[in-house]
Design a protein around this ligand. Sequence first.
Ligand SMILES: [Zn+2]
Ligand SMILES: [Zn+2]
Length: 259
Amino acid sequence: MRDFILTCQWYTIMGVGIVFFACLYFVFGGLNWLLSRRVLPAFGYGRVLDPRPLAPQQLRRELGESAVTIFLFGVGMVFPWGLLQLGWARLAEQASGWQIALEILFMVVWNEVHFYLSHRLLHVSWLKRFHLPHHRSVVTTPWTCYSFTPLEAMMLGNVLLLPMLLHDFSIYALAFVPVFSIVFNNIGHSNYDYLPDADRDRWWLNGARRHHLHHACYHGNYGFMFPFMDRLFATELAPDAAQARIARSEKPSGKRDAA
Ligand SMILES: [Zn+2]
Ligand SMILES: [Zn+2]
């Protein structure tokens, strides 16, 4: 894989990138959809976090915006590829398993920091119009994952560039970043409590509850999967922050959208 990345043409890396991100979006989104809408409810495990119906045309909008993001993420692969071609960044030649594991761990933490800072920026008044379309999904779905405006996609998609300038990563560690990212992204937008233990409201793995609260309340819980940045900057929401809001807007006859 290392040699392929280093020797391929710019248009090849863009094409491979588009296919790669499309596969991530549809495979993991589909899996999340199946688990949270079909399999786990059938076994009586877990629960829907926000039972309100989806907005009209929500899925169509999410899929349309995500298609643009997939294109931009794919085409954007030319930037890390370009850093390698210019010699500004290099790939590790023979990384050990330990090195790869440590690099992935580092990227998980960096990804949280990068996402939190970018996301906070997207909530300031002069940038929020580029983020509000993502928040039109008050009740999220697995297809909300890449439902970004182009500027937002470019801000969130540049996560690899700075670390690559500072360290020679293994290609496997770099390629794994979008993979764990889509898994965490799916957990966050699943609108399904995969950890239905009431005592674990503030548990560090409960990204689904935290990001559901972000969409339901808009302010607070700006982190991606883990709570440490919100705790550091005191932006964490209380576990019941959306309760009154959901109870107020739930229509007595309202049925959850079959989608
Ligand atoms: Zn937001
Ligand atoms: Zn979101």
